[in-house]
Ligand binder design. Structure first.
Ligand code: SAH
Length: 476
């Protein structure tokens, strides 16, 4: 009896609860559909409005931020550390965000998960800059640059060294690259003479790339923040990268502040290198390979070295300085080779370095025909895979290069092989090497598994930030 008196009302209450929940759910779905419909109508109107929008300054004049709500589960990747939100991952854009404007990102349940910069022109519709800080204003950039600087100071000491000072998303400033070159301007035609110039104070020049709309519209506040934190002598823009087009931006280059010499002589790993800030490839110098260049040189003493894709001689000069018997440096760029020859002179190793202007694939075949052999080969090609579609072609390219290099190596010789395309995963790259070992009938002993230097930090969950693979293998 007692059980009946207590149990019956409880059961009734339970079923009433279930019914209410069901009704609430129905109401939510209906409301959600209406909401999406309204927002689509609104979005079509919005894109028209944006096309006619002349001003590119963010229009954050309203008190509250525009909210973008993600589709269910699309928050997981973002919460794991990936900063990009694609157009097809967004359920609702509430309000009218201007190109580049800050937006608040919500998950499908309406919980805020971060703040992002909006770009209506790009497939990457929003780039998250912070999980907690609301406004990407000058104070934000100063804080981000200070944090980035502390990480570099910690890793590289406070000694003045040329470094990547800001590495985009990985330093919480999506799309902004800042390379800082510390050196002496070159105003002399004789590279050998310059070695003596200890009396000149080195300067600091920043080479910047604005690779997203969000940072492009904030150029002036970013320049102010760079001045506050890094105090450079000059800033030059090298936003001549094709990815700008995906953001709806034209390429843009030129001096933005102070004065910037064309050629600067920097010191890296105890060697001197001339860098062409205005005309060199990318930002003028591949800082990411700094530690790999240093450690590759450990295998060079007494060896015949082949440096394929040598650019301005980062690997070649260090290998020669480490006692290589000879270095054959190959690149398809005449300008890069001209600088390489100056760098060889500057470091007193020109007598052991020969430069060849050629296509690497053809020249590797020629070397094989000539019966040449090397004790150390470096392969540092440009990114073969620029997107998913070109991945198969890239795989074949890497395979061919590595296979030919294995044919050219003496037994026990060392191969330093790299891939800087983030589309090629470390697993895929290792599989390519195994394939090449199979075809060349050689055994590979993995000596070192490496990546980019620490001024290009890697964010877990954001694989694009972990792009450089460098393997040092002994070919038996
Ligand atoms: N190893 C260099 C960086 C290499 S960057 C360093 O440590 O600084 C890639 C280089 O490959 C560029 O210099 C580019 O001019 C060159 N390159 C691109 N395609 C090439 C090809 N098919 N054959 C030879 N060189 C090529």
């Amino acid at each position: 009896m007692k059980i009946l008196v207590i149990g019956l009302p409880l059961t009734i209450l339970y079923f009433i609860g279930l019914g209410t929940l069901h009704l609430l759910k129905k109401f939510y779905h209906k409301y959600n559909k209406l909401y999406k419909f309204a927002s689509n109508v609104h979005r079509d109107g919005l894109s028209l409005a944006m096309r006619s929008c002349k001003s590119r300054a963010p229009a954050s004049t309203i008190a509250d931020m525009v909210v973008i709500t993600l589709k269910p589960k699309e928050d997981i990747r973002i919460r794991q550390g990936h900063p990009w939100i694609y157009d097809n991952e967004i359920a609702v854009v509430e309000g009218l965000p201007a190109p580049g404007e800050e937006v608040e990102v919500h998950d499908a349940r309406g919980l805020p998960i971060g703040y992002a910069l909006f770009n209506p022109h790009s497939k990457i519709r929003a780039r998250v800059y912070s999980k907690t800080v609301k406004h990407a204003d000058e104070a934000y950039f100063i804080q981000a640059f200070e944090t980035a600087k502390q990480w570099r100071d910690f890793n590289f000491g406070t000694q003045r060294m040329s470094l990547r000072l800001v590495y985009g998303e990985a330093d919480s400033v999506p799309g902004l690259i800042v390379d800082g070159f510390i050196g002496i301007p070159i105003d002399d035609d004789n590279p050998e003479k310059q070695i003596q110039r200890q009396d000149v104070q080195p300067g600091l020049w920043l080479v910047v790339q604005f690779l997203s709309l969000g940072v492009d519209v904030r150029k002036s506040m970013i320049l102010n923040a760079l001045h506050t934190v890094f105090k450079p002598d000059g800033i030059i823009e090298r936003s001549d990268a094709p990815v700008r087009r995906l953001e709806g931006l034209e390429e843009s280059t030129g001096v933005l502040a102070g004065s910037v010499p064309n050629l600067v002589c920097i010191e890296e790993n105890g060697a001197l290198f001339e860098i062409d800030l205005a005309g060199g490839q990318k930002t003028g110098w591949f800082l990411d390979q700094r530690a790999n260049r240093r450690d590759a040189a450990r295998y060079a003493a007494g060896q015949r070295v082949l440096d394929m894709f040598c650019n301005q001689g980062g690997f070649s000069v260090l290998a020669a300085k480490a006692g290589a018997a000879s270095v054959l440096a190959v690149d398809s760029s005449a300008d890069a080779l001209e600088l390489l020859r100056r760098n060889a002179l500057r470091n007193g190793v020109a007598d052991r370095i020969t430069t060849i202007e050629a296509n690497a694939f053809d020249y590797l075949r020629d070397l094989e025909k000539m019966g040449r052999r090397f004790g150390l080969i470096i392969l540092d090609p440009p990114a073969f895979a620029k997107n998913r579609a070109s991945l198969e072609g890239a795989r074949r390219g890497y395979k061919e290069l590595n296979l030919r290099a294995m044919h050219l190596l003496e037994r026990g010789g060392v191969l330093v092989t790299c891939s800087c395309s983030h589309w090629v995963s470390p697993q895929l790259f290792d599989a390519v090497l195994a394939d090449a070992a199979f075809d060349s009938n050689r055994r590979l002993r993995l000596l070192e598994e490496r990546t980019q230097d620490l001024d290009h930090p890697i964010v877990v969950g954001y694989d694009e930030s972990r792009y450089l693979k460098c393997r040092i293998v002994q070919v038996l």
